[in-house]
Design a protein around this ligand. Structure first.
Ligand SMILES: Cc1cc2nc3c(=O)[nH]c(=O)nc-3n(C[C@H](O)[C@H](O)[C@H](O)COP(=O)(O)OP(=O)(O)OC[C@H]3O[C@@H](n4cnc5c(N)ncnc54)[C@H](O)[C@@H]3O)c2cc1C
Length: 320
Protein backbone atom coordinates (compact mmCIF):
# COMPACT_ATOMS: atom_id res chain seq x y z
CA UNK A 1 0.00 0.00 0.00
CA UNK A 2 1.23 3.50 -0.83
CA UNK A 3 2.87 5.39 2.00
CA UNK A 4 1.41 8.77 2.98
CA UNK A 5 3.63 11.06 5.05
CA UNK A 6 1.95 13.21 7.69
CA UNK A 7 3.89 16.03 9.38
CA UNK A 8 3.04 15.95 13.09
CA UNK A 9 1.95 19.22 14.70
CA UNK A 10 2.62 18.93 18.42
CA UNK A 11 3.42 20.89 21.57
CA UNK A 12 6.20 19.14 23.54
CA UNK A 13 4.99 15.72 22.42
CA UNK A 14 1.28 16.39 22.81
CA UNK A 15 -0.18 15.77 19.36
CA UNK A 16 -2.60 18.45 18.20
CA UNK A 17 -6.03 17.51 16.87
CA UNK A 18 -5.35 18.60 13.24
CA UNK A 19 -2.68 15.88 13.02
CA UNK A 20 -5.22 13.23 14.05
CA UNK A 21 -7.47 14.57 11.29
CA UNK A 22 -4.62 14.30 8.78
CA UNK A 23 -3.97 10.68 9.82
CA UNK A 24 -7.67 9.93 9.35
CA UNK A 25 -7.58 11.45 5.84
CA UNK A 26 -4.26 9.76 5.03
CA UNK A 27 -5.87 6.34 5.63
CA UNK A 28 -8.20 7.03 2.69
CA UNK A 29 -5.14 7.36 0.45
CA UNK A 30 -2.82 4.64 1.73
CA UNK A 31 -0.77 3.75 4.81
CA UNK A 32 0.05 6.76 7.02
CA UNK A 33 3.55 7.36 8.34
CA UNK A 34 3.98 10.21 10.80
CA UNK A 35 7.03 12.49 10.72
CA UNK A 36 7.76 13.72 14.24
CA UNK A 37 10.29 16.48 14.84
CA UNK A 38 11.78 17.20 18.25
CA UNK A 39 12.07 15.49 21.64
CA UNK A 40 9.24 13.65 23.49
CA UNK A 41 8.42 11.37 20.54
CA UNK A 42 7.69 8.55 23.02
CA UNK A 43 4.65 10.30 24.43
CA UNK A 44 3.36 11.07 20.93
CA UNK A 45 3.83 7.60 19.45
CA UNK A 46 0.86 6.07 21.28
CA UNK A 47 -1.52 8.79 20.02
CA UNK A 48 -0.16 8.55 16.48
CA UNK A 49 -0.58 4.76 16.48
CA UNK A 50 -4.12 5.07 17.83
CA UNK A 51 -5.04 7.05 14.69
CA UNK A 52 -3.39 4.65 12.26
CA UNK A 53 0.27 5.70 11.87
CA UNK A 54 2.05 2.50 10.86
CA UNK A 55 5.43 4.18 11.12
CA UNK A 56 6.75 7.13 13.09
CA UNK A 57 9.88 8.74 11.65
CA UNK A 58 11.56 10.61 14.50
CA UNK A 59 13.95 13.49 13.87
CA UNK A 60 15.29 14.55 17.25
CA UNK A 61 17.99 17.16 16.66
CA UNK A 62 18.70 20.51 18.38
CA UNK A 63 18.16 22.29 15.04
CA UNK A 64 14.43 21.50 15.24
CA UNK A 65 14.03 23.93 18.14
CA UNK A 66 16.70 26.40 17.08
CA UNK A 67 15.57 27.03 13.51
CA UNK A 68 12.30 28.03 11.88
CA UNK A 69 10.55 25.72 9.38
CA UNK A 70 13.69 24.62 7.54
CA UNK A 71 14.38 21.48 9.67
CA UNK A 72 10.90 20.21 8.75
CA UNK A 73 11.64 20.96 5.08
CA UNK A 74 14.98 19.10 5.22
CA UNK A 75 13.40 16.17 7.08
CA UNK A 76 10.38 15.76 4.80
CA UNK A 77 12.47 16.17 1.64
CA UNK A 78 15.04 13.60 2.73
CA UNK A 79 12.49 11.08 4.04
CA UNK A 80 10.30 11.46 0.95
CA UNK A 81 13.36 11.21 -1.31
CA UNK A 82 14.23 7.91 0.33
CA UNK A 83 10.82 6.27 0.85
CA UNK A 84 8.90 7.67 -2.16
CA UNK A 85 5.48 8.32 -0.60
CA UNK A 86 2.36 8.89 -2.70
CA UNK A 87 1.52 12.11 -0.84
CA UNK A 88 2.64 14.41 1.97
CA UNK A 89 -0.05 15.94 4.18
CA UNK A 90 0.59 18.97 6.39
CA UNK A 91 -1.64 21.16 8.53
CA UNK A 92 -2.83 24.38 6.84
CA UNK A 93 -1.31 26.74 9.38
CA UNK A 94 1.36 29.33 8.48
CA UNK A 95 4.25 26.94 9.27
CA UNK A 96 2.57 24.04 7.47
CA UNK A 97 1.96 26.08 4.35
CA UNK A 98 5.49 27.47 4.26
CA UNK A 99 6.95 24.01 4.84
CA UNK A 100 4.69 22.47 2.18
CA UNK A 101 5.64 25.09 -0.39
CA UNK A 102 9.36 24.63 0.21
CA UNK A 103 9.10 20.82 0.16
CA UNK A 104 7.11 20.88 -3.10
CA UNK A 105 9.71 23.16 -4.66
CA UNK A 106 12.61 20.93 -3.63
CA UNK A 107 10.83 17.76 -4.78
CA UNK A 108 9.69 19.49 -8.01
CA UNK A 109 6.16 18.47 -7.07
CA UNK A 110 2.77 20.10 -7.25
CA UNK A 111 1.31 21.77 -4.15
CA UNK A 112 -2.31 22.21 -3.04
CA UNK A 113 -3.04 24.44 -0.03
CA UNK A 114 -6.09 24.89 2.19
CA UNK A 115 -7.84 21.67 1.17
CA UNK A 116 -11.09 21.07 3.04
CA UNK A 117 -11.38 17.46 1.91
CA UNK A 118 -9.08 14.82 0.45
CA UNK A 119 -10.15 11.56 -1.18
CA UNK A 120 -8.41 8.87 -3.22
CA UNK A 121 -8.69 9.31 -6.99
CA UNK A 122 -7.53 7.31 -10.02
CA UNK A 123 -4.50 9.56 -10.49
CA UNK A 124 -3.70 10.19 -6.83
CA UNK A 125 -5.32 12.27 -4.08
CA UNK A 126 -8.19 14.54 -5.11
CA UNK A 127 -8.82 17.65 -3.00
CA UNK A 128 -11.67 20.09 -2.45
CA UNK A 129 -10.97 23.77 -1.81
CA UNK A 130 -13.39 26.61 -1.19
CA UNK A 131 -12.70 29.87 -3.02
CA UNK A 132 -14.04 33.42 -3.39
CA UNK A 133 -16.16 33.56 -0.24
CA UNK A 134 -17.37 29.98 -0.78
CA UNK A 135 -18.90 30.87 -4.14
CA UNK A 136 -16.63 28.33 -5.88
CA UNK A 137 -15.75 24.80 -4.87
CA UNK A 138 -12.50 23.73 -6.53
CA UNK A 139 -11.68 20.07 -7.15
CA UNK A 140 -8.00 19.51 -7.89
CA UNK A 141 -5.24 16.95 -8.04
CA UNK A 142 -1.49 17.22 -8.36
CA UNK A 143 -0.20 16.30 -11.81
CA UNK A 144 3.52 16.32 -11.08
CA UNK A 145 5.64 14.48 -8.54
CA UNK A 146 4.57 13.63 -4.98
CA UNK A 147 1.30 15.36 -4.05
CA UNK A 148 2.06 17.90 -1.31
CA UNK A 149 -1.21 18.96 0.33
CA UNK A 150 -1.96 21.27 3.26
CA UNK A 151 -5.32 20.58 4.88
CA UNK A 152 -7.41 22.98 6.94
CA UNK A 153 -8.24 21.98 10.53
CA UNK A 154 -11.64 20.29 10.94
CA UNK A 155 -11.61 18.89 7.39
CA UNK A 156 -12.40 15.47 8.90
CA UNK A 157 -13.46 14.14 12.28
CA UNK A 158 -10.55 12.16 13.79
CA UNK A 159 -11.40 8.43 13.72
CA UNK A 160 -9.25 5.98 15.68
CA UNK A 161 -7.78 2.94 13.86
CA UNK A 162 -5.26 1.56 16.36
CA UNK A 163 -1.98 0.01 15.22
CA UNK A 164 1.40 -0.38 16.89
CA UNK A 165 3.73 1.92 15.00
CA UNK A 166 7.27 1.03 14.02
CA UNK A 167 9.53 3.83 15.23
CA UNK A 168 12.44 4.80 12.99
CA UNK A 169 15.00 7.41 14.01
CA UNK A 170 16.27 9.60 11.18
CA UNK A 171 19.55 11.48 10.99
CA UNK A 172 18.67 14.42 8.81
CA UNK A 173 21.39 16.53 7.22
CA UNK A 174 20.57 20.18 7.67
CA UNK A 175 21.93 22.30 4.82
CA UNK A 176 23.73 25.63 5.42
CA UNK A 177 20.68 27.54 4.15
CA UNK A 178 18.64 26.04 6.99
CA UNK A 179 20.55 28.05 9.57
CA UNK A 180 20.02 31.41 7.86
CA UNK A 181 17.66 32.48 10.66
CA UNK A 182 17.74 31.32 14.28
CA UNK A 183 15.03 31.35 16.94
CA UNK A 184 16.31 33.23 20.01
CA UNK A 185 13.43 32.51 22.39
CA UNK A 186 9.89 31.20 22.48
CA UNK A 187 7.16 32.11 24.93
CA UNK A 188 3.75 30.44 24.91
CA UNK A 189 0.80 32.72 24.27
CA UNK A 190 -1.43 33.15 27.27
CA UNK A 191 -4.70 31.33 26.79
CA UNK A 192 -7.62 30.45 28.95
CA UNK A 193 -9.65 27.28 29.14
CA UNK A 194 -11.33 27.77 25.78
CA UNK A 195 -10.14 25.75 22.77
CA UNK A 196 -7.69 27.17 20.21
CA UNK A 197 -9.48 29.23 17.57
CA UNK A 198 -8.07 27.22 14.66
CA UNK A 199 -8.76 23.82 16.21
CA UNK A 200 -12.14 24.41 17.83
CA UNK A 201 -15.16 22.41 16.62
CA UNK A 202 -17.33 25.44 17.35
CA UNK A 203 -16.49 29.14 17.05
CA UNK A 204 -18.76 31.92 18.32
CA UNK A 205 -17.80 35.33 16.94
CA UNK A 206 -18.93 38.85 17.69
CA UNK A 207 -18.72 41.95 15.52
CA UNK A 208 -19.44 45.65 15.66
CA UNK A 209 -23.01 44.81 16.65
CA UNK A 210 -21.70 43.69 20.07
CA UNK A 211 -21.10 47.37 20.70
CA UNK A 212 -18.47 47.40 23.45
CA UNK A 213 -15.79 45.34 25.19
CA UNK A 214 -17.98 44.69 28.21
CA UNK A 215 -20.72 43.23 25.97
CA UNK A 216 -18.40 40.50 24.71
CA UNK A 217 -19.44 38.63 27.87
CA UNK A 218 -22.62 37.76 25.93
CA UNK A 219 -20.51 36.10 23.21
CA UNK A 220 -18.29 34.35 25.80
CA UNK A 221 -21.34 33.01 27.60
CA UNK A 222 -22.59 31.32 24.40
CA UNK A 223 -19.07 30.05 23.66
CA UNK A 224 -18.71 28.53 27.14
CA UNK A 225 -22.13 26.91 26.95
CA UNK A 226 -21.09 25.23 23.69
CA UNK A 227 -17.44 24.55 24.60
CA UNK A 228 -16.45 26.89 21.77
CA UNK A 229 -13.65 29.32 20.94
CA UNK A 230 -14.39 33.05 20.72
CA UNK A 231 -13.76 34.92 17.48
CA UNK A 232 -14.26 38.54 16.49
CA UNK A 233 -14.53 40.66 13.38
CA UNK A 234 -11.85 43.20 12.58
CA UNK A 235 -14.24 46.01 13.42
CA UNK A 236 -14.55 44.60 16.95
CA UNK A 237 -10.83 44.06 17.50
CA UNK A 238 -9.88 47.43 15.95
CA UNK A 239 -12.26 49.04 18.41
CA UNK A 240 -10.30 47.36 21.21
CA UNK A 241 -13.24 45.24 22.36
CA UNK A 242 -11.45 41.92 21.97
CA UNK A 243 -7.76 40.92 21.43
CA UNK A 244 -6.40 40.93 17.88
CA UNK A 245 -5.37 37.29 18.27
CA UNK A 246 -9.08 36.42 18.03
CA UNK A 247 -9.70 38.20 14.72
CA UNK A 248 -11.24 35.94 12.09
CA UNK A 249 -10.74 36.80 8.44
CA UNK A 250 -8.41 37.59 5.61
CA UNK A 251 -5.96 39.45 7.84
CA UNK A 252 -6.80 37.43 10.94
CA UNK A 253 -7.11 33.72 11.59
CA UNK A 254 -8.77 31.36 9.14
CA UNK A 255 -11.12 28.92 10.81
CA UNK A 256 -13.08 25.97 9.51
CA UNK A 257 -15.11 24.61 12.43
CA UNK A 258 -18.12 22.32 12.37
CA UNK A 259 -20.24 25.24 13.56
CA UNK A 260 -19.57 28.99 13.17
CA UNK A 261 -21.94 31.38 14.91
CA UNK A 262 -21.62 35.01 13.78
CA UNK A 263 -23.38 37.58 15.94
CA UNK A 264 -23.55 41.25 14.97
CA UNK A 265 -21.26 40.66 11.99
CA UNK A 266 -22.30 41.98 8.56
CA UNK A 267 -20.37 39.39 6.51
CA UNK A 268 -17.83 41.54 4.64
CA UNK A 269 -15.76 39.64 2.07
CA UNK A 270 -12.64 39.94 4.25
CA UNK A 271 -14.46 38.32 7.17
CA UNK A 272 -15.91 35.57 4.98
CA UNK A 273 -12.40 34.73 3.75
CA UNK A 274 -11.64 33.48 7.26
CA UNK A 275 -14.76 31.41 7.95
CA UNK A 276 -16.38 30.47 4.65
CA UNK A 277 -15.30 26.83 4.88
CA UNK A 278 -17.09 26.28 8.20
CA UNK A 279 -19.39 23.27 7.91
CA UNK A 280 -22.49 24.99 9.32
CA UNK A 281 -22.85 28.75 9.60
CA UNK A 282 -25.40 30.42 11.85
CA UNK A 283 -25.88 34.21 11.77
CA UNK A 284 -27.66 36.48 14.20
CA UNK A 285 -28.14 39.98 12.81
CA UNK A 286 -30.85 42.59 13.24
CA UNK A 287 -30.60 43.61 9.56
CA UNK A 288 -32.36 41.06 7.39
CA UNK A 289 -30.37 42.29 4.35
CA UNK A 290 -26.96 41.73 5.98
CA UNK A 291 -24.68 39.87 3.49
CA UNK A 292 -23.83 37.24 6.14
CA UNK A 293 -27.27 35.72 5.51
CA UNK A 294 -26.20 34.84 1.91
CA UNK A 295 -23.62 32.51 3.39
CA UNK A 296 -25.49 31.29 6.47
CA UNK A 297 -27.13 27.88 6.71
CA UNK A 298 -29.38 29.20 9.47
CA UNK A 299 -30.17 32.83 10.18
CA UNK A 300 -31.93 34.64 12.97
CA UNK A 301 -33.06 38.21 12.25
CA UNK A 302 -33.02 39.83 15.65
CA UNK A 303 -31.13 41.68 18.33
CA UNK A 304 -28.22 39.57 19.54
CA UNK A 305 -28.77 40.79 23.11
CA UNK A 306 -32.17 39.12 23.05
CA UNK A 307 -31.38 36.11 20.86
CA UNK A 308 -28.14 34.90 22.46
CA UNK A 309 -29.34 34.76 26.10
CA UNK A 310 -32.39 32.81 24.92
CA UNK A 311 -30.09 30.43 23.04
CA UNK A 312 -28.03 29.82 26.19
CA UNK A 313 -31.18 29.31 28.25
CA UNK A 314 -32.56 26.80 25.75
CA UNK A 315 -29.30 24.81 25.53
CA UNK A 316 -29.09 24.64 29.33
CA UNK A 317 -32.76 23.64 29.59
CA UNK A 318 -32.27 20.78 27.10
CA UNK A 319 -29.12 19.61 28.88
CA UNK A 320 -30.66 19.50 32.33
C1 LIG B 1 -7.44 44.78 3.61
C2 LIG B 1 -8.58 44.50 4.57
C3 LIG B 1 -8.51 43.39 5.36
C4 LIG B 1 -9.55 43.11 6.25
N1 LIG B 1 -9.47 41.99 7.03
C5 LIG B 1 -10.51 41.66 7.82
C6 LIG B 1 -10.51 40.48 8.60
O1 LIG B 1 -9.53 39.71 8.62
N2 LIG B 1 -11.60 40.19 9.34
C7 LIG B 1 -12.70 41.00 9.38
O2 LIG B 1 -13.67 40.68 10.10
N3 LIG B 1 -12.72 42.14 8.67
C8 LIG B 1 -11.66 42.50 7.91
N4 LIG B 1 -11.69 43.67 7.22
C9 LIG B 1 -12.77 44.63 7.51
C10 LIG B 1 -14.05 44.32 6.77
O3 LIG B 1 -14.05 44.93 5.50
C11 LIG B 1 -15.27 44.85 7.57
O4 LIG B 1 -15.11 46.22 7.77
C12 LIG B 1 -15.47 44.17 8.91
O5 LIG B 1 -15.46 42.77 8.76
C13 LIG B 1 -16.81 44.62 9.50
O6 LIG B 1 -16.96 44.05 10.75
P1 LIG B 1 -18.42 43.84 11.33
O7 LIG B 1 -19.18 42.91 10.45
O8 LIG B 1 -18.27 43.48 12.76
O9 LIG B 1 -19.02 45.32 11.31
P2 LIG B 1 -20.15 45.95 10.41
O10 LIG B 1 -19.87 45.72 8.97
O11 LIG B 1 -20.32 47.34 10.88
O12 LIG B 1 -21.43 45.09 10.77
C14 LIG B 1 -22.06 45.09 12.02
C15 LIG B 1 -23.32 44.29 11.89
O13 LIG B 1 -23.92 44.15 13.16
C16 LIG B 1 -25.32 44.22 13.00
N5 LIG B 1 -25.86 44.62 14.31
C17 LIG B 1 -25.72 45.79 14.95
N6 LIG B 1 -26.29 45.75 16.18
C18 LIG B 1 -26.80 44.50 16.30
C19 LIG B 1 -27.52 43.84 17.33
N7 LIG B 1 -27.78 44.44 18.50
N8 LIG B 1 -27.92 42.56 17.12
C20 LIG B 1 -27.66 41.94 15.96
N9 LIG B 1 -26.98 42.51 14.94
C21 LIG B 1 -26.55 43.78 15.11
C22 LIG B 1 -25.54 45.22 11.91
O14 LIG B 1 -26.80 45.02 11.28
C23 LIG B 1 -24.39 44.91 10.98
O15 LIG B 1 -24.74 43.97 9.97
C24 LIG B 1 -10.66 43.97 6.34
C25 LIG B 1 -10.72 45.11 5.51
C26 LIG B 1 -9.69 45.38 4.63
C27 LIG B 1 -9.79 46.57 3.76
Amino acid sequence: MAEILVLVDHAEGVVRKPTLELLTLARRLGEPSAVFLGPNADSATEALGRYGAHKVYVVDAPEVDELLVTPAVDALTQIAGSTGPAAILLPSNPDGKETGARVALRLESGLITDAVDVVAGEDGPVTEQSAFAATYQVTAHVTRGIAVITVKPNAAAPEPAPVTPEVEKWDVTFGPASAAAKVLSRSPRERGDRPELTEADIVVSGGRGVNGAENFAVIERVADTLGAAVGASRAAVDAGWYPHSHQVGQTGTQVSPQLYLAAGISGAIQHRAGMQTSKTIVAVNKDQDAPIFELADYGVVGDLFQVLPQLVEEIERRRS
